[in-house]
Design a protein around this ligand. Sequence first.
Ligand SMILES: *Cc1c(COP(=O)(O)O)cnc(C)c1O
Length: 237
Amino acid sequence: MSIAENLRQIEQQIEDATHKAGRAVNSVTLLAVSKAQKINKIEEAFKAGQKLFGESYLSEAIPKIASLKEYPIEWHFIGPIQSNKTKEIASHFAWVQSVDRIKIARRLSEQRPENLGALNITAQINMFDESTKQGASITEIYDLLDFINQQPNLNLKGLMSIPPKQSSEAAQKQQFHKLQELFHRIKSTYSGVDTLSMGMSGDMISAIEEGSTMVRVGTALFGARPENWKQQLKGNS
Ligand SMILES: *Cc1c(COP(=O)(O)O)cnc(C)c1O
């Protein structure tokens, strides 16, 4: 299938899951994850109506953003953040979803160019305590959210999470449900919070049924990433 056809199918799946969960129409946004995908595929998705794109590696993202600058794309940074990369991230993206520590939040706010307005932020939570994954722990998350909320050039939007892969729907939902509970607590504390970014190609339906407001979909839209794409990027991320 073409990317346009994949996009229609994913949009339909989102609509069906939203309806099934008894949630409002258009309460779930699709972020197209274009990491390791070629520029012409991004263009194809944009021309089919997709406006939000996510990238995980700065060295890959910067040239893509430059060559697509004629398109009004909203770029989201969703990858691990090294502190020496915050300036470029703050200058090229509308959202940063993977903020997991205060130091990074401070630098993003300080380095955000004034003319671009506040940078939208979701804090990444590592709720299930996986040592290999990025994200603030449940004991760190409240201080991090408080800090983000106080920064002049940051706009606190909510939470992002990548829970462990589960093959059964029940196990997926159990994890997403815990994230939803945390999201509701946070939403009642901070007035601007409206985003719970969770769910990818393999578990998007479960995430929507458990309250996701943004699903991040790569392979289901663009096809598989090249097998060795991580090696290719290594060392220059
Ligand atoms: C790669 C990636 C995705 C998309 O994963 P797919 O399984 O290709 O849909 C979503 N979120 C993050 C943070 C990613 O790095």
